[in-house]
Design a protein. Sequence first.
Length: 305
Amino acid sequence: MRAAGIPALTVMATVQVAVPAAIDDAGVLLRGQPAVGQVSGVLHCAGCRTLVEAVQPHERMIGDLHVEVRGHFRLAPGHAHAVACPFDFPRAAARIARAAPAIIRPLPAGYAVKVPDSPARTFGPPARAWRPGRAGSPSAFMAGEAVVTIGKVAALLERFGGQHVAPGAFTAAWGRQAIDWPEFCFDQVSYVELVERLHAGTWPWPFLVLFTAERAGQSKAGTSWWTGQITDQHTILDGRPVAIRVTVRSHTPGPIRALELGRPALGFGSWQLYRPPTQPQRRRPPIADAVLWINQPWQLLAVAP
């Protein structure tokens, strides 16, 4: 199912995404930004061996603005990815969209991805009631499929360098509200922004956080289970430096035990910030905890690389 007059592979025609990895003549795998003198001879896409070229960091003018362009790899003129190449961004995005026509809607440039409402949050037994659905949001029945699809989109963007690498490629559609993807999905490089925004106030829409399920356990009271990651990022909160932790908590063990420790995962819903105690602590620095309590198993999912 696609928008009338918009072929699946032309949806991304205006979205420019770099090739994330290349192989040079010496067989060296190069990722991210090519350094001056790093490249040896002809370059090929690491996914399909089509010809690519290295672009060194430079500045360009967009209107009256000087824009700094990071170094990257791109297809050589006249060359295209093989059909099955994992680094063909438009084709990979189109495959995800075709598999979930009830969740993803093609736009003239990019895709709109429907976001479900978050289940009613509770700190007692797992909630069964749902908030009233917003017009245009997936139904309760479709919510799990929607989050699985959102996870596939997030994994695709991570493969190409992060949730910010393709502005406009995906838009989160919560009811009738369009949300820029980096405002909806937070990855490993945006935890500081996540904590600062939670500190400033709550969001009206639910959102997604990617993290590594480094550890898992049960609360001291034995009434809940948790998994999460102590990140390597720090910020200033209420005038003092804090470390950042990402934690998902559940009143049932199933969703936590379904994850493989050390692997990427996502948490979807209404996140909140637990500030560190104001009294002095032995721990240095104190920890600010971004926390999600889940009431449905589909709010916590493993992310395929």
